[in-house]
Design a protein around this ligand. Structure first.
Ligand SMILES: O=C(O)CCC(=O)C(=O)O
Ligand SMILES: [Fe+2]
Length: 201
């Protein structure tokens, strides 16, 4: 029996395939991972340079990998640390549900509604041509917006709930952009883990 089947939603969109699994982790597991990751992660606050101006990135991040690697996006280069035990356990569950293996995870901590992740695609060369990215949420739920680069009627959102998994596949990173927008609502912290497979180039 597949415990998760009734909670699985699939979105077949032009040039993208998304799978949303609401209860990848139970409420108690999710509470425990949220507290552990919040406390034990070596969160860093990076500077980002846009059009020659330097700002603080509006969220905290961390990079873990089973190999000593670095990952560059925008103007930032991150260096990986080895997986802590709890991230290896999370990764195993995600790999079963996403039916894909990952060698790196980027963590984001959105401290409140003022933290965000602007419109972008995860299309760095190191991710390969049709990357599969699996995104886990613990803590405050936030809407995930995504829009097609050229088909203007293709704009959607999915609420990413505590303990959920969203898998982005197909040509999503080539043809779509996604974001976590700021909100004026008084909300708490959200931790996001995006599992990725980096290739050597
Ligand atoms: O926080 C999220 O759900 C999305 C994170 C994301 O898009 C990224 O780190 O590339
Ligand atoms: Fe992303």
């Amino acid at each position: 029996m597949n415990l998760f089947s009734e909670e699985k939603q699939e979105f077949h969109l032009p040039d993208a395939h998304l799978v949303y699994i609401k209860n990848c982790f139970s409420k108690s597991e999710s509470d425990m991972y949220f507290n552990t990751l919040l406390k034990n992660t070596n969160w860093q606050e990076d500077d980002i340079t846009v059009f020659g101006k330097t700002y603080k990135q509006p969220r905290l991040t961390a990079l873990y990998s089973n190999t000593d690697t670095s990952y560059s996006y925008s103007s930032i280069t991150m260096h990986s640390q080895p997986y802590p035990e709890e991230i290896s356990v999370i990764k195993q569950r995600v790999e079963v549900l996403a039916q894909h293996k990952f060698n790196t995870v980027l963590l984001n901590l959105y401290r409140n509604g003022n933290d965000s992740n602007g419109w972008h695609a995860d299309n760095e060369k190191k991710l390969g041509k049709q990357p599969i990215i699996a995104s886990v949420t613990f803590g405050e739920e936030r809407p995930f917006h995504f829009k097609h680069r050229t088909l203007k009627d293709q704009r959607h959102k999915v609420m990413l709930e505590h303990g959920s998994l969203l898998v982005m596949k197909g040509l999503m990173q080539k043809h779509w952009l996604h974001q976590i927008a700021k909100t004026k609502k008084d909300i708490g912290e959200r931790i996001n883990l995006t599992f990725r497979n980096l290739i050597s180039i």
